[in-house]
Design a protein around this ligand. Structure first.
Ligand SMILES: [Zn+2]
Length: 286
């Protein structure tokens, strides 16, 4: 379109003058010449006016087209982005992270577990534990047992202290913690009810002691803590809240808290970096 305009300017070509001078030739692709020959002068005048209006209209359209072309944001601003709901467009997590039955279901302070969710396949792995009944999802049980047995055989006795935690129990934990240390401090370790991945049946806590004392970060220096850090991925587990990744995970360092994600994912993550977080591997903060 720009070339046409240049040519018109440089040759003084004007189809309106052309029409007046010859009464016949119209070169704007709007009329054919044979039809024009049959018109009377008065009708030709009317036609002349129509042509002028059309030409002005075309010029306006051309100007708008050129302006929009030079300012594509105008078109974007007036065109609906898509039919996709806004929340999906802003946070397009893949199904493997949003399906509650997936081994890589994603839980963080912004992504909760449905309040009434109870895994349908909970089982008790019957391993060394502090609780009377500690349950995990069936998909986790075999690898969990194998891991604990391997740690014991390696001289790093591993004690299971927690598995599945119901929504109601989370409420009790959280209110107890808040009463003890205040909400801000509690949130560094204890999720709000509904935001604990223990409710998925895929998270477990460990200790190196079976006397019921609270696990602390000192666990990382125990034989069990060191063995886990080095071998958990071989059994499909990842340390969910590593040291130095607090900004990414939203939780303080918890060397006792492991999350089952399956062997393929755990091995792939470990191959990238033994300290890689779930958030980094799945790019959940994009
Ligand atoms: Zn935990």
């Amino acid at each position: 379109m720009t070339n046409d305009r240049t040519r018109n300017n440089t040759t003084d070509y004007d189809p309106m003058l052309d029409l007046t001078a010859t009464g016949e030739r119209i070169d704007i692709n709007l009329l054919n010449t044979a039809a024009q020959r049959k018109l009377q002068p008065s009708r030709r005048f009317n036609l002349n006016m129509i042509l002028k209006i059309l030409l002005v209209f075309n010029c306006v359209l051309l100007a708008i087209a050129l302006l929009v072309h030079a300012n594509p944001q105008w078109a974007a601003a007036t065109t609906p982005a898509s039919d996709t709901p806004t929340d999906v467009a802003v946070n397009p997590l893949p199904a493997e992270l949003t399906d509650i039955n997936s081994l890589t279901f994603f839980v963080d302070p912004s992504h909760s577990v449905p309040t009434d969710y109870i895994p349908a396949d909970l089982e008790t792995p019957y391993v060394s534990s502090t609780g009377e009944v500690i349950q995990v999802r069936a998909a986790v049980a075999e690898d969990l047992k194998a891991m604990i047995n391997a740690a014991n055989e390696a001289g790093a006795p591993l004690i299971l202290t927690a598995g599945y935690v119901s929504f109601d129990t989370q409420e009790d934990y959280f209110s107890d913690r808040v009463a003890m240390v205040g909400e801000a401090e509690a949130l560094k370790v204890t999720p709000k009810p509904g935001f604990s991945e223990h409710q998925t049946g895929l998270a477990v806590d460990f200790s190196d002691k079976d006397d019921g004392t609270a696990t602390t970060t000192a666990f990382a220096e125990s034989a069990a803590g060191k063995w886990l850090k080095e071998h958990a991925h071989e059994y499909g587990f990842i340390m969910r809240y590593p040291e130095g990744k607090e900004e990414i995970t939203s939780y303080s360092y918890q060397p006792w808290h492991y999350r089952y994600v399956g062997k393929d994912v755990a091995n792939a993550m470990y191959a990238v970096d033994p300290n890689l977080t779930f958030e980094e591997y799945f790019n959940t903060n994009k």
